[in-house]
Write a protein that binds this ligand. Structure first.
Ligand SMILES: NC(=O)C1=CN([C@@H]2O[C@H](COP(=O)(O)OP(=O)(O)OC[C@H]3O[C@@H](n4cnc5c(N)ncnc54)[C@H](OP(=O)(O)O)[C@@H]3O)[C@@H](O)[C@H]2O)C=CC1
Ligand SMILES: N[C@@H](CC(=O)OP(=O)(O)O)C(=O)O
Length: 386
């Protein structure tokens, strides 16, 4: 199967060469596993630090996936993360450490690459879409403005970022609820986050075995403001220029039209993959929906990425468990190959309106899978030139 390069799926057809920055890391390895059999994307180049550059991939990586290193990368030599080494790639996926992602991703954008980043560096940027691909693909409309404001202006280059993996988990059901019942007024979320979220080697075994750590640096603040950017719309203002022509400026609404109060509490738990979160919400609308109405709305939620035909978008974005003791990380993290989320225990909340539990695979839909769906969507909408 090859990619339709425009909105029209009958217009066929070529495969797209992609590069992966941070290819040796936890997220980079997931990119490789997920892209090895992708119908459109061909892994063409891998990048990592100077510690890894120059080595064949199997020698550079501490491979921690349950399936073997895919044949397509076995013979690739890891490169320095500089644009010239990725010349033939139309798409760049970044799983770079945040300490270095800022400069490197900017250099790739400047060199006219479409960059899909997992790092936090550009999430707050007023020109950069922060896209959870099962929620706010409408934010891609910011890309032309992002390009035009670069110096010099760009023709093809842009950056789109993923959200933090904990934000991603609960914002998918939140978006489904807002779509069905209108604005959410307040939200409380308590996370139980897997250790893979901290990368490799991550948190010391002596700190996490037989333990729970009630602090993850910067995480609560990120969840709180990212939610407002993702669930907010895009505002358009028009200004008349001296020549009488009107200039349109786009900006992210930050959920200002319907203010949302949100509070997050984050914990690290001894689970390898899969972030579980307890969520309580209060709706603006009175009376609020019943638990049964909420279950039905979650089950029927279909994101635009799915209807448009992104091959990695899950057939069912949200599974709703009826069993009292589900979801659980070990049992449910591979739902829809890690691309969907699992909700359970939907019930009335005596303080807000409704409460539930959600589980998402932090390294799949929380990271690599989101970037891949983002790139598929951008390609189908014509934002990526091949
Ligand atoms: N793990 C998760 O669940 C999630 C992670 N993220 C974000 O994704 C990014 C990657 O996370 P993760 O995979 O966990 O991190 P890891 O620490 O596992 O991997 C980091 C990668 O960055 C590379 N790197 C480090 N320094 C440099 C450098 N100077 N130049 C070029 N490459 C460099 C490393 O290469 P080398 O092996 O050569 O050192 C490695 O490939 C981070 O920004 C993280 O915050 C986002 C959502 C979820
Ligand atoms: N902080 C997340 C993973 C992560 O890297 O997040 P971010 O990309 O927002 O820094 C966790 O520890 O589970």
């Amino acid at each position: 199967m090859s990619v339709p390069p425009s909105d029209d799926p009958s217009v066929s057809t070529q495969t797209v060469k992609v590069g992966i920055l941070g290819a040796t890391g936890t997220v980079g390895q997931r990119f490789i596993s997920l892209l090895a059999d992708h119908p459109w994307f061909i892994i063409h180049a891998l990048g990592a630090s100077s510690r890894s550059a120059g080595k064949p991939y199997p020698q550079a990586v501490k491979w921690k996936q349950t399936s073997p290193i895919p044949a397509v990368v076995r013979t690739l030599v890891v490169q320095e993360c500089i644009p010239e080494k990725f010349a033939d790639c139309a798409v760049i996926f970044s799983g770079l450490d945040a300490d270095v992602a800022g400069d490197i991703e900017a250099a790739f954008r400047k060199a006219e690459f479409a960059v899909f980043s997992n790092a936090k560096n550009y999430r707050k940027d007023p020109q950069v879409p922060l896209v959870v691909p099962l929620v706010n693909t409408s934010h891609y409309s910011m890309i032309p403005q992002q390009r035009s404001l670069q110096s010099p202006p760009l023709k093809k280059g842009f950056i789109v970022t993923n959200a933090n993996c904990s934000t991603t988990a609960f914002i998918i059901p939140l978006a489904a609820l807002e779509k069905a019942f209108g604005p959410i007024e307040s939200c409380m979320v308590t996370t139980m986050q897997a250790i893979s979220g901290a990368g490799y080697p991550g948190i010391s075994s002596l700190d996490i075995i037989d333990n729970v750590v009630p602090y993850i640096s910067g995480e609560e603040e990120k969840i709180e403001w990212e939610t407002l950017k993702i669930l907010g719309g895009i505002d358009e203002t028009e200004k008349a220029g001296a020549d009488g022509a009107t200039d349109k400026t786009l900006s992210f609404d930050m959920h200002q039209a319907h203010p949302l109060r949100i509070s997050a509490s984050c914990n690290r738990v001894p689970v390898v993959d899969g972030h579980m979160e307890c969520v309580s919400v209060r709706f603006s609308r009175r009376p609020p929906p019943s638990p049964q109405q909420v279950r039905e709305a979650l089950l029927s939620y279909t994101p635009e990425a799915r209807t448009l035909g992104c091959p990695s978008a899950p057939r069912h974005a949200i599974f709703v468990h009826e069993e009292a003791d589900r979801p659980q990380p070990r049992l449910d993290r591979d739902y829809q190959r890690g691309a969907g989320v699992s909700v359970g225990r939907v019930r009335q909340c005596m303080v807000l309106d409704i409460k539930f539990v959600v589980l998402a695979n932090n390294v799949c839909i929380g990271a690599a899978t989101s970037s891949i769906i983002n790139a598929e969507f951008a390609l189908l909408k014509g934002y990526v030139s091949t």
